[in-house]
Design a protein around this ligand. Structure first.
Ligand SMILES: Cc1cc2nc3c(=O)[nH]c(=O)nc-3n(C[C@H](O)[C@H](O)[C@H](O)COP(=O)(O)OP(=O)(O)OC[C@H]3O[C@@H](n4cnc5c(N)ncnc54)[C@H](O)[C@@H]3O)c2cc1C
Length: 419
């Protein structure tokens, strides 16, 4: 009775589409439905803060899959439809038009949304979020007219927007409440490097400064007021203040939720036959010294690998998601590539010269490589992913010595590191 046990996926983006694709690849034959509340066919998000704003990426380059992919794989896309309620006991999901979908398996791939900005003036025209394609089109359109923009929040997305706007000749101020940019992600020397990159290219950086209010002129934003009373004139404000996981559907259904939907290493939630992956999932990690018990990652890799684990589970093969995390950020002419969990590290080692804009920062724990941040060194990033997975061991001196061949380090699985 195949039709009685469909896989229903809520969220038509990376995690949802990868799950559907992997389930078909692994031989899942029953019906697959993906419900997505955006009207666009699934698309890539990284270019929204990069190439789409500089003009290097065009709209026709955004689709996540080719035009025939969904039909060929018998994946039904219900776009512009929102899942409003989950009844985990009855195994059904109710959509905003009243339709009820019964499921054999349900996957919540609802991602994240921009953290609300609630200060006075937040509703003025020209104050824009950036999460969806529609958001990005608004920012791109505003970027064509603006002379002077403020970016609130100096995280990866805020800094990508700042670099894209600078590349268009816009005067940009980035306002960051923490004393340093990317202070949670990077060690102080790396934060200082990023700050230098932006300042050298003409971005005004105001760190350790809060925003008190936004002020308008005839309904349109005209200035940002800082907590010290200083006003920065601008006609565009882009918000990059982080995201919140879209976990309400799970929460209202009584599933365990704590900074996202709580899942085990297989992607199982606290409700039978309900799974979750991607930005919304707070996933258990295998025990490792210094590692947190669980982590909610916001990256394409985590969404795709999490989804592959769900697909395996659905076809009966339990395959824990233990992939080494990685993600990237493009700012000006620099490619930042990050892998592993830096929080595990107890020693930080620089390899290369920061002044050359080509280097890596490695994190060791008790001599084992646990994370690496590379700038304009894609080959070293790729190798680092393998070395972290293989638990390669180094001394700080070896890592810092550019003549030392990283592939020669002892690992518990050398083939994995050198293949
Ligand atoms: C501007 C930008 C740039 C980025 N750049 C990078 C990068 O360079 N590298 C990188 O690794 N990552 C990057 N990311 C992060 C990456 O895009 C996310 O990690 C990834 O999109 C997560 O995929 P997901 O499928 O979990 O969720 P999402 O992509 O957030 O998709 C979830 C979808 O579910 C929908 N949805 C939510 N609730 C419901 C509901 N109840 N019913 C129906 N639909 C619902 C949402 O509207 C959304 O369409 C970037 C993100 C943004 C916004």
């Amino acid at each position: 009775m195949p039709a009685a046990h469909p896989l229903v996926i809520v969220g038509a983006s990376y995690a949802g589409v990868q799950l559907a694709a992997s389930a078909r690849e692994l031989g899942f034959e029953e019906r697959i439905l993906i419900v997505g509340d955006e009207v666009h066919a699934p698309y890539q998000r990284p270019p929204l803060s990069k190439g789409l704003l500089t003009g290097k990426t065009t709209l026709d380059q955004l689709p996540l899959r080719g035009p025939d992919f969904f039909e060929q794989n018998r994946i039904e896309l219900l776009l512009g439809r929102r899942a409003e309620a989950l009844d985990a006991g009855a195994r059904s999901v109710t959509l905003d038009d009243g339709a009820v979908l019964d499921y054999g398996w349900l996957a919540l791939a609802t991602g994240a949304r921009c953290r609300p900005f609630t200060l006075p003036g937040s509703n003025l025209d020209g104050v824009l979020d950036l999460r969806t394609l529609d958001d990005a089109l608004r920012v791109a359109q505003a970027a064509e007219r603006t002379q002077r923009a403020c970016v609130i929040g100096g995280g990866f997305i805020g800094l990508e927007v700042a670099s894209a706007l600078r590349a268009r000749g816009v005067a940009v101020t980035v306002i960051e409440a923490q004393p340093h940019l990317l202070a949670r992600a990077f060690p102080p020397a790396m934060s200082a490097f990023v700050e230098n990159v932006h300042r050298r290219r003409g971005v005004e950086l105001l760190t350790g400064r809060g925003v008190r209010a936004l002020h308008g002129d005839q309904g349109r934003v005209a200035a940002v007021e800082l907590d010290d009373g200083r006003r920065i004139d601008c006609d565009l404000v882009v918000l990059g203040i982080g995201v919140l996981p879209n976990a309400e559907l799970a929460q209202q259904a009584g599933l365990a939720v704590d900074n996202g939907i709580v899942v085990d290493m297989l992607g199982r939630t606290s409700a039978p036959r309900v799974l979750a992956a991607g930005d919304v999932a707070n996933m258990a990690l295998p025990p490792a010294p210094g590692a947190p018990a669980r982590v909610r990652l916001e990256s394409i890799q985590a969404a795709n690998d999490g989804a592959r684990a769900l697909a395996s589970l659905i076809v009966g093969h339990e395959r824990p998601c233990t992939a080494v995390p990685w993600f990237w950020s493009d700012q000006f002419d620099l490619k930042f590539q990050m892998t592993g969990l830096p929080a595990q590290g107890d020693e930080v080692v620089l390899r290369g010269d920061m002044a050359s804009d080509r280097f890596s920062v490695f994190y060791l724990r008790g001599g084992t490589l646990v994370a690496a941040h590379s700038v304009n060194r894609p080959a070293e990033h790729m190798l680092s992913r393998k070395l972290i997975g293989a638990r390669a061991r180094f001394t700080a001196g070896q890592l810092a010595d550019e003549s030392f061949d990283l592939k020669s380090a002892p690992t518990t699985a050398l083939e994995a590191a050198t293949s």
